[in-house]
Design a protein around this ligand. Structure first.
Ligand code: 2HA
Ligand code: ZN
Length: 273
């Protein structure tokens, strides 16, 4: 981290790394992060002074399958591929890395680690993360965090064919707890199954991110965007709670009643913006 001391806003970079490690611990404790499941990236470019330069020739370079021109030169903190959330929680800089895209946005340098570090690359879901970050930097969005996790309760909902429908999903999730409407008023988007780690799943996801801050990947998990790491985690946590209450009622042999349309409308009137 020595070279990063030159960054004036180093405190914000450090806080981001600490927040990612804290949330990585929560993901593990929730049972949402088996083995190397899940990944987090944060656009930390705003925290880097424009006059901060690094000798890029010193660092390992990787090309990207697709280019992200709008992200050219930008800097991200990303969890590492194959790394465990429980290890990121203990040792974030051994299990996550800082990357800087080249000017064209079709490749990146790992600038937090020496060239020699083997098997250390960003998350396998980097195409989806970058595709989303490319949208998030457009005017009007302050979201800089992208988080993917295998939230059991939400993934379980997608295993039920009749729930693979945004209207039904949102009715259930909003109905189980008022906080869902208060904190995630846009609700959740649904992305039908696609092979993890591919451009295909990235494209399907970015289509949804225009409309929603949280999207469900069928038979896989959840993808969320937010302004900071804690807030992004909180949205997933609240929606997972709703799904859990739904399943608790079902396991007890009851059909949950859910909040009525009038009660939901009242929440929108009181808390909506
Ligand atoms: O990072 O969760 O979807 C591992 C995954 C891939
Ligand atoms: Zn996953």
């Amino acid at each position: 981290m020595k070279k990063f001391k030159k960054i004036k806003k180093i405190k914000k970079v450090k806080k981001t790394i600490l927040d990612v490690s804290e949330v990585a611990g929560y993901l593990w404790q929730r049972g949402w992060a088996e083995r190397n499941a899940g990944n987090i990236s944060v656009n930390i470019d705003d925290y880097i002074d424009k006059d901060f330069t690094v000798d890029l020739s010193q660092y390992a370079y990787f090309s990207l399958e697709k280019s992200f021109p709008a992200l050219g030169g930008k800097v991200f903190f990303v969890t590492g591929t194959g790394k465990r959330m429980r290890d990121i929680a203990r040792k974030p800089l051994k299990n996550a890395l800082i990357i800087k895209l080249n000017d064209k946005g079709d490749g990146y340098y790992i600038i937090s680690h020496k060239k020699t570090v083997d098997n250390f690359a960003p998350t396998s879901e980097l195409p989806t993360h970058l595709a989303i970050h490319e949208k998030l930097i457009l005017p009007g969005s302050k979201n800089r965090v992208v988080m993917h996790t295998h939230a059991n309760e939400l993934a379980a909902l997608t295993q039920i064919k009749e729930f693979n429908n945004e209207k039904i999903l949102n009715k259930i999730l909003f109905g189980m707890h008022p906080e869902a409407m208060i904190y995630i008023p846009k609700g959740i988007g649904f992305v039908e199954y696609a092979l993890p780690g591919t451009i295909d799943i990235a494209l399907k996801t970015i289509d949804m991110i225009d409309k929603y801050d949280v999207v469900l990947w069928e038979k896989h998990g959840v993808f969320a965007v937010g302004e900071d790491v804690m807030e992004t985690f909180d949205m997933i946590d609240i929606l997972a709670k709703s799904a859990k209450i739904y399943f608790m009622c079902k396991s007890a042999g009851f059909e949950p009643e859910g909040l009525s349309d009038d009660e939901l409308e009242e929440l929108i009137r009181e808390y909506g913006n």
